[in-house]
Design a protein around this ligand. Structure first.
Ligand SMILES: [Ca+2]
Ligand SMILES: [Ca+2]
Length: 123
């Protein structure tokens, strides 16, 4: 994994990962979600940041998928924060690991500025 602490909008984060041969992180298993969130919680420099992941429902509202790996997002693997996703203002289509929500998933506006996690792509 590559933890990018420059805050950008989601689309920029996605293309920055791709340029380097990575993709935005997709957490297809609970083990992966736990590993990443535990790492963030235990890293003082990363603890308070909010991290873009590949999760999005850009194409179909409420149909959450991992971009680039093209798999559905399982909410038993990547856990939503309590009450999320809200699709607030009908404008929350990108998924972040939100430190302010206990390092669980939140849907946020894709134009929000967040740091990001890239994952190495075998493609
Ligand atoms: Ca949405
Ligand atoms: Ca939300």
């Amino acid at each position: 994994y590559k933890f990018n602490t420059t805050a950008t909008d989601w689309h920029t984060a996605r293309s920055n990962c791709k340029k380097q041969g990575y993709h935005l992180v997709a957490m297809e298993t609970r083990e992966e979600f736990d590993f990443i969130t535990r790492f963030l919680k235990n890293s003082p420099a990363y603890l308070s940041l909010n991290w873009w992941t590949a999760a999005n429902d850009i194409n179909n509202e409420a149909q959450w998928v991992w971009a680039d790996v093209n798999q559905p997002m399982s909410s038993s693997a990547a856990l939503w924060a309590s009450g999320q996703p809200t699709n607030f203002g009908n404008n929350e289509h990108c998924g972040e690991v939100a430190s302010r929500f206990g390092h669980k998933m939140n849907d946020a506006p894709c134009e929000s500025q967040c740091v990001s996690i890239c994952e190495y792509s075998l493609l």
